[in-house]
Design a protein around this ligand. Structure first.
Ligand code: ZN
Length: 182
């Protein structure tokens, strides 16, 4: 297999792996969209809006919530996808032992210090989460709650600026739509 075929095969393996791990999960929107739509959206943003073609980043985007939100372990990811992809996923995973407010604070504090690859995944994650809140918000979220989430996401992204100006501009454009909250 040449390098490109190997990359494609790896990416498909990541999609299948994440789909299996997230198969019983739904997003928090009113329609309870399939969870897997979210990691696929990240990879799509990175590839088509950010021009990112680093296969480790694209695979890590697909796998980014498997440690945090499923029973997948770092060891398992390393075994199937290698140490590089595992470490990017680990860098964007919250410590579930901490309370929600602490986890949010940690994301702000950690963002400047994570690897370039992890910064790209985090940028795409925040872009996708804000877009979801704009177009299909979780049931019962007030304008205030949406604004608080947007402002927190911006603090995280402000800590990693310079990683990818194009994606940062996309994030800023999505953030600016919080003006439509009423
Ligand atoms: Zn995510």
């Amino acid at each position: 297999m040449n390098k490109q075929d190997k990359h494609l095969a790896n990416f498909i393996k990541a999609v299948a792996f994440a789909a299996e791990k997230h198969r019983r999960q739904r997003r928090k929107d009113v329609e309870a969209s399939p969870y897997i739509n979210h990691p696929i959206a990240l990879a799509n943003v990175l590839s088509h809006e950010g021009g990112v073609d680093d296969i480790d980043v694209l695979c890590a985007a697909i796998l980014h919530d498997t440690i945090e939100d499923t029973k997948t372990t770092a060891e398992e990811l390393e075994q199937v996808f290698g140490a590089k992809i595992m470490s990017i996923v680990l860098e964007v995973s919250d410590d579930k032992n901490l309370k929600s407010a602490e986890r949010k604070q940690q994301q702000i504090e950690h963002a400047p210090h994570i690897s370039h690859e992890a910064k790209l995944v985090k940028l795409a994650d925040k872009i996708c989460n804000l877009r979801d809140i704009l177009t299909m918000p979780p049931a019962g979220w007030s304008a205030q709650r949406k604004q608080t989430y947007f402002d927190w996401a911006k603090k995280v992204i402000d800590g990693l600026r310079g990683a990818h100006p194009q994606l940062e501009a996309i994030f800023d454009a999505v953030y600016a739509q919080s003006q439509t909250f009423t």
